[in-house]
Design a protein around this ligand. Structure first.
Ligand SMILES: *[C@@H]1O[C@H](CO)[C@@H](O)[C@H](O)[C@H]1NC(C)=O
Ligand SMILES: *[C@@H]1O[C@H](CO)[C@@H](O)[C@H](O)[C@H]1NC(C)=O
Ligand SMILES: *[C@@H]1O[C@H](CO)[C@@H](O)[C@H](O)[C@H]1NC(C)=O
Ligand SMILES: *[C@@H]1O[C@H](CO)[C@@H](O)[C@H](O)[C@H]1NC(C)=O
Ligand SMILES: *[C@@H]1O[C@H](CO)[C@@H](O)[C@H](O)[C@H]1NC(C)=O
Length: 347
């Protein structure tokens, strides 16, 4: 009897460990975002606490849309953080953030979030970051590094000849705590002036993504976000057409290829898939433009769709929805000159 009982107990144990391993294999759905925050061009040394204290409390009817154009980051940061939290994002790639913007966001998002990234000008804290923020209860950060989108990708601060600015990509590896699944995530901001830089940047990122995807027998998941400073079609669409495999990449630094070797024959034709094309049309929502130049809503002449969420063509991820949301509020404040692009995916 005892013996039978323990067989039953063992069977129960086996059943439970089976079902818990089934749970372990289940997917995790989450919302991520790519958002160019607009660098803090109007620094006024107002502390985060002062911005919070200045919020009208209780909320009052504003003079509608009476603030126009760019507002200081000290005002915008509250709207940015509130929006991120209310959208329940757990993974974020930002662009243009100066170090004080990164630390402000870390303060406003709170200790639930961790972040990585470096200033592009010196590899430490000078110049704009392309930081990655993540919710620590959902993801464990395994590693992070930065490479420069230049002819010398491992030289901090190196700039592509003819580019307007130094350009970087922030690369990470994460583990999803609930499932144990690991993935690579790369966030970037390509040049606003040089299409050649954008093509080189896209080629370096595609190479690195291919390398990442080729790990674990080609089953390693890769996500990519960024402000590409160019659209998916028309003039200057080289970066988009390269990363999505429509045209061939340009030649990149050989040391980079050696440091991130793609094994011969691994994932031939690997490319990035635009999340927008991986979901039903109904699930592509919100606005078309991701860049509005603080002209929302009165002047649409500068509106562009240049910020993207991609996943590797080797799979391991499922796209559910993508939405581009306006951040204009009744007071007329626009949180950034780019809109946030929210992606719903599962891993
Ligand atoms: C802000 O602080 C910096 C030093 O951190 C100072 O150089 C600058 O003058 C201050 N700006 C204003 C508007 O107070
Ligand atoms: C906006 O309205 C507030 C009152 O609600 C006023 O104090 C402020 O000066 C106005 N700003 C502009 C730019 O008109
Ligand atoms: C990011 O990587 C650098 C270099 O390996 C490391 O020193 C740093 O601790 C990492 N950041 C985090 C948050 O793990
Ligand atoms: C490739 O980049 C490395 C450092 O990132 C640099 O030392 C090397 O000279 C570059 N190669 C070429 C051909 O420019
Ligand atoms: C598209 O969105 C609907 C509504 O949110 C959702 O039920 C559906 O699962 C989504 N489609 C995919 C492929 O995820």
């Amino acid at each position: 009897m005892m013996w039978l009982l323990s067989i039953a107990a063992l069977a129960a144990l086996a059943f439970f460990s089976l079902s818990s391993s089934t749970v372990m294999a289940a997917s995790t759905s989450f919302r991520m975002v790519t958002w160019n925050l607009r660098f803090d061009s109007m620094p006024n040394n107002i502390t985060v606490q002062q911005s919070l204290d200045a919020l009208p409390d209780p909320m009052v009817q504003p003079a509608f849309l009476n603030l126009t154009d760019e507002q200081p980051w000290s005002t915008r940061r509250i709207k940015v953080a509130q929006r991120l939290l209310s959208e329940n994002i757990v993974l974020a790639g930002f662009q243009e953030a100066l170090v004080r913007q990164v630390t402000d966001l870390a303060e406003l998002l709170g200790s639930d979030f961790g972040w990585v990234g470096v200033g592009r000008d010196d590899g430490v804290a000078a110049g704009e970051f392309s930081p990655i923020f993540y919710k620590k209860s959902v993801f464990e950060l395994l590693s992070n590094d930065t490479f420069w989108l230049s002819n010398t990708p491992f030289v901090a601060g190196s700039k592509f000849p003819g580019a307007g600015s130094v350009r970087i990509a922030t690369a990470t590896h994460f583990r999803v705590k609930a499932t144990g699944k690991t993935f690579a995530y790369i966030n970037t901001h390509l040049d606003d002036q040089s299409d050649d830089q954008r093509r080189l940047g896209a080629s370096l990122i595609l190479w690195r993504a291919h390398f990442e995807a080729a790990q674990a027998g080609g089953h390693s998941t890769v996500l990519i976000t960024g402000d590409f400073n160019s659209g998916e079609a028309g003039d200057d669409s080289g970066a988009y057409t390269i990363i999505t495999g429509q045209i061939a990449p340009v030649a990149i630094n050989a040391t980079f290829e050696e440091r991130f070797p793609v094994p011969d024959g691994a994932l031939p034709g690997f490319k990035a898939l635009d999340l927008r094309e991986q979901v039903p049309r109904f699930n592509v929502s919100g606005n078309w433009a991701t860049f509005t130049g603080f002209n929302d809503p009165d002047d649409t002449s500068d509106f562009q769709r240049i910020d993207f969420v991609f996943g590797g063509s080797n799979g391991g991820w499922t796209g559910h929805a993508i939405t581009v949301e306006s951040t204009l509020t009744d007071d007329g404040v626009i949180a950034s000159d780019h809109r946030p692009v929210f992606g719903d995916i599962s891993l």
